[in-house]
Structures are given as structure tokens and as C-alpha cells.
Design a protein around this ligand. Structure first.
Ligand code: Q46
Ligand code: ZN
Length: 309
């Protein structure tokens, strides 16, 4: 098998693109895909210094590396989730990556900053991944704003986005579908959140890290069992096996064809935002969702106030 770009011996086949590449041309392809996403969705200005949310896993480290390769002065932020040895090792991968390249890595810790860990939230009958996702969104946004970054980068790849999309479609959840975008625009109290890896699959980011010599956390999070997105990923992989490119068509078709329809729903559903009584983050209720989670976890037994954000 020959590399489609230079004719050398290929090291990776990409059936979804009906092509194959040698190592150098594969890296070039990855940079190109990320460049295309950044440009077509207006993710990052050339003058901006993005902050990358790094977990120590392959996707976020590949995202950081790719942005540096594309010439962005990207910094990183690591959030310790308190998931035992898994979190300890994940933090080491993030720190090693930053240290080896002399990069700035901001570190925050859920236990220190909010007084609880994800296993503690899970013990209060919260689904670990929903408590985790909520905590990451809140604290990473806060850190970005506190440190003056306007754009927060996450390592969500095509498989992640297609799985979330699949879940939202099976429930026809229009509110979530409307919010599923590669860019969530900057607004008062929220940094711009961007996902430049939406054109790369999980297999691509793993191959990228191997070729670039990036060490990453390969262990699965011990709290991931039961995460329904893993099941959706399996289903989509079966589809992809039968029809290469199906995952990409599913996700890109949604963004191209459904986006204009959903944008009007998103605009209508935007509730009036006011500052959270506790932390000042924009919310539609008295307390933001993160402060409610903190109350439920650190002061169990109190009735929870409910509001959508
Ligand atoms: S870290 Fe957190 Fe993931 Fe673990 S608890 Fe779930 S969301 S699985 S990316
Ligand atoms: Zn709050």
C-alpha cells in the first residue's frame, strides 16, 4: 500500500477517506483537518492565545500538540478529578507533556476548589459522568475567564461528537441538538468553547500520538462503565465497519443540513441569564448547576433547587 500523497510506503490506511498515508503525510493530513475545522467554524483568531483543557489522554494532548504545530501559542489547564490512581497518573502525563516542551500548564483540583471529588459526587447518587462533565464545564470556563483566555479548547473528536449526536437523536432532544456545535460562542460569563478535532477519529488521534511520540493515559476511567456514550460508539463503529465514512457523513450532514433549523430553536430557548447567588456564573435559576451539585455533595440531605443551566 502506497501513501496517496508522496508514494512512499504507507503506514496507515484511512478507509473513511479511501486513502492511505506514510507517517509524515499522515501528520500533515491531521494538521490539515484541524486547520480546516478552525477556519471553517471561525474557532480561533491568529492573534489569540488558546487554553487547552488537557486530561492526560490522547485527544487533549494531540489537540495541544496540533495547535502548537499550527503556530498557536497554546497553554494548557489540567483539572484533577480525584478519581484515585487514575487521576494521579493522568495528571503526570499532562505535566510531562508540558515540562518536556516548556509549556504553561495551569493546575486546578476539584477537591481543593469545590470541596468534593467525582467519586464523592457519585456516592450521592449522581451519575459520575454527568457530575464530572458539569464540573469540567464550570471550572474550566471559570479558569479560562479568570486568567484572561477568551477561547477554551477541548479534545472532543469525531467519535465523541457522533456518539453524543446519536444519543440526542434517539431521544429527539432538540434543546441538546441545538447546542451541539463545534463552537459555542463567547458571551458574558462564558469563554468561547471550541472542538478543533471534530474531523479526526479516535483512531486518528491515537495514531497521531504514537507517531509524534506523545505518551498518554491509555487506561480507561474506572467510572466509565455504564456511560451510555460508550455503547453508542460501539454501534457507530459497527456502522463504520460496514460503510466507511458513515460516521463522518452522520456528523457533517447534521452540521450542514440541520444547523440552520436548529439555530432558530437555540435562539428561542435562550432564557434570561442572571448571576448565580453563590459564584456569579450566568444561570437561569438562583444557583448555577455546579453550585447545586456542590451543595448536594458537600451538604447531603438539603433539597435541591432545579433549573436548566
Ligand atoms: S473522566 Fe469523568 Fe470521563 Fe471518568 S467520570 Fe466519566 S466523564 S469517564 S471523559
Ligand atoms: Zn454558581
Amino acid at each position: 500500500m502506497k501513501c496517496r500523497r508522496c508514494g512512499a510506503e504507507a503506514v496507515i490506511e484511512l478507509p473513511q477517506h479511501r486513502t492511505a498515508f506514510c507517517a509524515d503525510c499522515f501528520l500533515h493530513h491531521c494538521r490539515n483537518q484541524v486547520r480546516r475545522s478552525i477556519d471553517s467554524y471561525h474557532m480561533i483568531d491568529n492573534t489569540e492565545r488558546p487554553l487547552v483543557a488537557v486530561s492526560g489522554g490522547k485527544d487533549s494532548l494531540a489537540a495541544w500538540d496540533l495547535l502548537l504545530e499550527l503556530g498557536y501559542q497554546a497553554d494548557g489547564v489540567y483539572l484533577g478529578l480525584g478519581i484515585g490512581e487514575y487521576s494521579d497518573r493522568s495528571g503526570e502525563y499532562a505535566r510531562d507533556f508540558a515540562r518536556q516542551r516548556d509549556l504553561t500548564l495551569i493546575e486546578i483540583d476539584l477537591a481543593t476548589d469545590a470541596g468534593f471529588t467525582i467519586p464523592q459526587a457519585a456516592a450521592q447518587r449522581r451519575t459520575p459522568c454527568s457530575a464530572c462533565g458539569l464540573s469540567k464545564r464550570h471550572l474550566l470556563n471559570k479558569i479560562a475567564l479568570d486568567h484572561g483566555y477568551r477561547v477554551l479548547v477541548t479534545g472532543h473528536n469525531l467519535d465523541d461528537e457522533a456518539a453524543v449526536l446519536f444519543g440526542n437523536v434517539t431521544r429527539w432532544d432538540l434543546r441538546y441538538l441545538a447546542r451541539q456545535q463545534p463552537v459555542l460562542t463567547e458571551q458574558d460569563g462564558f469563554a468561547r468553547r471550541v472542538k478543533p478535532l471534530v474531523r479526526l477519529s479516535e483512531r486518528d488521534t491515537a495514531a497521531y500520538c504514537v507517531i509524534r511520540g506523545i505518551d498518554y493515559q491509555v487506561e480507561e476511567c474506572p467510572l466509565a462503565a455504564g456511560n451510555r456514550h460508550l455503547g453508542y460508539k460501539e454501534l457507530l463503529n459497527q456502522m463504520e465497519e460496514r460503510t466507511p465514512g458513515a460516521k463522518m457523513d452522520f456528523y457533517n450532514g447534521f452540521q450542514r443540513r440541520m444547523r440552520p433549523l436548529l439555530d432558530s430553536i437555540a435562539t428561542k430557548e435562550k432564557g434570561e441569564l442572571n448571576p448565580c447567588d453563590q459564584c456569579g456564573s450566568p444561570t437561569t435559576g438562583r444557583l448555577c448547576a455546579f453550585c447545586r451539585l456542590t451543595e448536594q455533595t458537600t451538604k447531603p440531605g438539603r433539597p435541591a433547587e432545579s433549573s436548566p443551566r
